[in-house]
Write a protein that binds this ligand. Structure first.
Ligand SMILES: Cc1cc2nc3c(=O)[nH]c(=O)nc-3n(C[C@H](O)[C@H](O)[C@H](O)COP(=O)(O)O)c2cc1C
Length: 193
């Protein structure tokens, strides 16, 4: 049996270079690569798209949409801004509306690992919950484990939670990969006999 490499797309961070959410996103993608995935990251100012619906998607937005169309799994990392997802990140996620007519609409059939980075536990918890609601609306499958980090604590880290969460994304990407078979759009199957 030949096993191809699943594509895991990472989305997140803030406009602040080296933000905690961006750092954790790249840590998650590095773990996914080590576990056998190809990865693509859309982070920081690379997510500064025009407000969705105000302009035709340009080159950057089209690249984002196409990567998600091809994805086998997704990781999203948001800062906690006023108890929720940042506006920049939510606007980028709104572009997933462009996948509404796909054979796999929106994030259907894709596991989605979630990371919330806030300066307190309360905003971390609510941001993670809001991310889960957004992913449900997009027909994606949030992994059972979501990661929260509290950036106000010295040397705050997530222990092995990023690894565990990425492991769940990889496991479910493999399980869902079979669902790509027979799709109208020719996508690389995750597992082929
Ligand atoms: C506009 C804004 C709103 C914020 N709101 C909250 C909040 O409601 N609760 C909280 O714990 N932290 C809040 N923070 C702090 C961020 O969540 C914190 O800096 C976190 O580490 C994410 O930022 P980073 O990914 O840039 O490091 C806010 C920060 C900004 C810039």
């Amino acid at each position: 049996m030949m096993v191809a490499r699943p594509l895991i797309v990472g989305i997140g961070g803030t406009t602040r270079s080296g933000s905690s959410s961006e750092r954790l996103l790249h840590q998650a993608l590095a773990e996914a690569q080590a576990a056998g995935a190809d990865t693509l990251a859309f982070s920081g100012e690379g997510l500064l798209f025009p407000i969705y619906g105000t302009a035709k998607p340009g080159t950057a937005e089209q690249g984002f949409i196409e990567a998600l169309r091809r994805s086998d799994g997704v990781v999203i990392a948001s800062p906690g801004y006023h108890g929720s997802v940042s506006g920049m990140l939510k606007n980028a996620l709104d572009y997933i509306e462009e996948l509404r007519s796909d054979v796999r609409p929106y994030l259907q059939g894709r596991p989605v690992g979630l990371i919330a980075a806030a300066a307190g536990w309360q905003a971390g918890g609510s941001t993670l919950q809001h991310l889960r609601s957004i992913v449900h609306a997009l027909r994606g499958w949030p992994t059972p484990l979501g990661v929260i980090t509290n950036s106000s604590l010295p040397n705050c880290c997530c222990g092995d939670q990023i690894s565990l969460m990425v492991g769940q994304v990889m496991d479910f990407a493999g399980a869902f990969g079979a669902g790509k078979a027979g799709m109208a759009a020719p996508l690389q199957p995750f597992c082929v006999a």
